[in-house]
Design a protein around this ligand. Structure first.
Ligand SMILES: [Zn+2]
Length: 288
């Protein structure tokens, strides 16, 4: 059964580890992440961007697929199905479709409008027993065509949004989506500490987990980050393994063109990436 992400993240914050949020794109992605979480006894969050939602033909399809897998694969670890960077309308659709968690990304609105829309959605989500993430300070890089510059969030704005009752908060601390440029200065731990000071025990979220050095990830977790979003890294791992299979001519041998064979190396590569992240984040064994 899907669960909201609040409880698993409160536990993670108290236990000084983080839960991985892995974006899904199709059946292979979802299966690979769920099987790895179960094998490692780790809680997990499946993230769906609005673009991926459209790609998979809609939120109801995703809810059906995920719920089916939880049952058919005997998944017993806590799993949250979470809308990633949702618009106001997207959040309402996911609430209706049966997601267990949403992120409302109002970071591009003026703070007053972000506050108003976030507080409406907090009320709706909590009535339904769902969890909700909000964002302050746009996260850099590109996500579904939206490009941000990698701001550092204003700690007072974080406090204003936290006080609305959101369950966890994404604050920009110099992190960006996608690959990090060579001249990236690193995470702003100063900002993270200032935000933590203002929001207290609220679990914090680190977006753009691909390519942040392990020591910075660990330091961020020690300063209150309890959810880390990973997307690009699984995509790169999948593409590399698939390219290798084709370059080696395996699709031309026997029934190597069978999609179940063709997509298998990529699926295994996602599993390996998810395992590596769960070990780094410290969530292995936390669902026992
Ligand atoms: Zn993000």
């Amino acid at each position: 059964m899907l669960v909201p992400a609040k409880e698993m993240l409160d536990k993670a914050r108290a236990g000084k580890y983080a839960v991985g949020h892995f974006n899904i794109n199709n059946l292979e992605w979802t299966k690979a992440i769920l099987q790895t979480a179960q094998e490692l006894k780790s809680p997990v969050i499946l993230g769906v961007s609005e673009g991926a939602g459209k790609y998979m033909t809609g939120y109801k399809t995703i809810v059906g697929m995920v719920n089916g897998m939880l049952e058919e694969l005997n998944i017993t670890v806590p799993v949250a199905l979470h809308l990633d960077h949702g618009s106001y309308e997207g959040c309402l659709k996911c609430i209706e479709a049966g997601f267990s968690s949403v992120m409302f990304d109002g970071s591009h609105y003026p703070i007053a409008e972000n506050v108003e829309k976030t507080s409406e959605l907090v009320k709706i989500c909590h009535e339904k027993g769902m969890s909700i993430e909000a964002e302050v300070g746009a996260i850099g890089g590109e996500e579904d065509g939206v490009v941000g510059m990698g701001e550092c969030a204003d700690p007072n704005e974080c406090k204003a949004i936290a006080d609305l009752g959101v369950d966890f908060l994404a604050a920009g601390i110099g992190n960006i989506h996608g690959k990090y440029p060579a001249n990236w200065p690193g995470l702003s731990f100063e900002t993270l500490a200032a935000v933590k000071e203002k929001v207290g025990e609220l679990p914090l979220v680190l977006h753009g987990g691909t390519g942040i050095p392990a020591d910075q990830i660990k330091k961020a977790i020690s300063l209150g980050v309890s959810k880390i979003n990973v997307n690009t890294e699984c995509q790169i791992a999948f593409a590399e393994a698939t390219r290798k299979y084709i370059e080696e001519g395996k699709d031309l041998q026997g029934k190597g063109f069978d999609p179940r064979k063709l997509l298998a190396p990529g699926t295994e590569a996602i599993k390996a990436t998810v395992k590596e992240k769960m070990e780094l984040f410290g969530s292995v064994g936390k669902a026992e």
